[in-house]
Design a protein around this ligand. Structure first.
Ligand code: AMP
Length: 215
């Protein structure tokens, strides 16, 4: 199977779908949001990053690219890129980066979702603070077996600080301004696949699988 780049608004399900692809097909899930969250909060840099993220703003291209480059260079199997590129500059940087490490065998999947549904999901999303696995407070099949404890690693499940209504609206606006042009960038390259997100994550997964099998 090919490497995957997911492009989508916040809370469209990139992380959830990546989790499933990772479990079923052994993909390495590279989330730039997770890479940033992993920078220790005890450092000045970590504090600054959290301030930007909690505000719903984007972290600098340089910093995110540096973290991504290191991770990609240490990834040997198939990967899923979740959260990068978030603007056209990053898309161009990524072209160069993937060429330089001979990893040009990818498809780009755009997860199309209405803002209202994405916001509903963001406000009910809960995440493992250790492994990043994503749950939902209300959706059957997406709740942890034991409240507050991750099924996968036993870590503590928390609500993300940037999954508030205010931060979500800012992130969605940021997405429209910065990330939507990336969709055209890949459309023009003829490598964009579009998946309309369903209420049921399994149905969305089936659509993704069909694309991967056809390609
Ligand atoms: P995510 O986990 O993908 O929802 O990302 C959470 C936050 O991390 C975003 O709202 C940004 O503040 C930051 N972030 C993640 N990826 C990037 C990126 N490629 N460029 C800039 N900021 C990013």
């Amino acid at each position: 199977m090919k490497n995957i780049i997911f492009i989508a608004p916040p809370a469209a399900g990139k992380g959830t779908q990546s989790n499933t692809l990772q479990e079923k097909y052994g993909y390495t899930h590279i989330s730039t949001g997770d890479l940033l969250r992993n920078v220790s909060e005890d450092t000045d840099l970590g504090k600054k990053i959290r301030e930007i993220m909690n505000n719903g703003d984007l972290v600098s291209d340089e910093l995110v690219t540096e973290l991504l480059k290191e991770k990609l260079e240490n990834t040997t199997g198939n990967f899923i890129l979740d959260g990068y590129p978030r603007n056209v500059i990053q898309a161009k940087i990524l072209d160069e980066l993937l060429s330089s490490i001979n990893r040009n065998d990818y498809i780009v999947i755009y997860l199309n979702i209405k803002e209202e549904l994405a916001m509903r999901r963001a406000l009910s999303r809960i995440t493992c603070s250790d492994c990043g696995h994503i749950y939902n407070r209300y959706t059957p099949g997406m709740q942890p077996k034991i409240e507050g404890i991750c099924d996968k690693c036993g870590g503590k499940i928390i609500a993300r600080d940037d999954d508030t209504e205010e931060a979500f609206k800012k992130r969605f606006q940021n997405y429209i301004e910065n990330t939507e042009p990336v969709i055209d960038y890949y459309k023009n390259k003829n490598i964009l696949k579009i998946v309309d997100v369903c209420d049921d994550k399994n149905q969305t997964f089936e659509k993704i699988l069909k694309i991967l099998e056809e390609d």
